[in-house]
Design a protein around this ligand. Structure first.
Ligand code: SF4
Length: 240
């Protein structure tokens, strides 16, 4: 079994309720969406870069695609890690590959939550789910209702249980409609432990929502579920 992987490294989780925990990261190539604020390359450049010493900026390169065994061997280099973040791109595109990975630490899935059939293949292997909800202002592709149905189904498949924590992360821009957020959270609140509102990191084309409107949205969501506002912290201090 092979998969194209763009990078493997260890660092700290920069987003959500587990911010600051030490993790190994496996970044898969490819995504089924096209978000306006996407900051990860989605094309295979032909090799996977591997950083053995965190923060060194020194990388070895391995030709893509990688085998499961190869990924497992590279992950062995990392010590004291809380979990292995499967990220992308969209890691669920590589569900068959993930289902074959054998690791001694828990798996932490970072997903756009739009591929419920793929999610079913690996739900028993995943201990943490950082599930994004993609809203109308950032959604491109098929009709929004189908997109939303698949998102809700994906959260149902990967819901919080005694052995898995599933939380929802919503990137909020100045174009995000609070009613969209309230609607989708209402539909998945039984499946998740908390909501994280992540103000979009300001870029050339993306602007965060005003502080007051974000606070108002949090207040309304708190009527229903634990809701936190957490920006991307790794961007603040420049780590991977
Ligand atoms: S789902 Fe993630 S990786 Fe895919 S386009 Fe959106 S931000 Fe980028």
């Amino acid at each position: 079994m092979f998969a194209p992987i763009s990078e493997i490294f260890d660092s700290v989780q920069g987003e959500g309720p587990y911010v600051g925990v030490r993790q190994a990261f496996v970044r898969f190539v490819g995504c089924n969406l096209n978000c306006s604020y996407c900051d990860t390359p989605r094309e295979d450049v032909g090799h996977c870069r591997f950083e053995n010493n965190a923060g060194s900026g020194s990388f070895e390169e391995f030709q893509n695609p990688l085998t499961v065994n190869m990924v497992e061997e590279l992950l062995e280099h990392f010590k004291h890690i809380h979990s292995i973040s499967l990220t992308g791109g969209e890691p669920l595109l590589h569900a068959d590959f993930i289902s074959q990975m054998r690791t001694s630490v828990p798996l932490y899935l970072e997903s756009n939550m739009t591929l419920p059939q793929k999610a079913k293949k690996i739900k028993g292997r995943i201990s943490y789910v950082s599930g994004d909800v993609k809203l109308t202002d950032e959604f491109e592709g098929e009709d929004f209702e189908s997109h939303l149905d698949r998102t809700i189904e994906c959260f149902r498949v990967l819901k919080t249980t005694k052995i898995r924590d599933c939380f929802c992360k919503i990137v909020v821009t100045n174009e995000t409609d609070p009613d969209d957020v309230l609607g989708v959270v209402g539909a998945i609140s039984n499946y998740i432990s908390c909501v994280v509102l992540q103000p979009v990191t300001q870029g050339a084309t993306t602007k965060p929502a005003p502080v007051q409107s974000l606070m108002e949205l949090q207040k309304n969501l708190l009527d229903e579920i634990d809701t936190r506002i957490i920006p991307q912290t790794h961007k603040m201090w420049g780590c991977l």
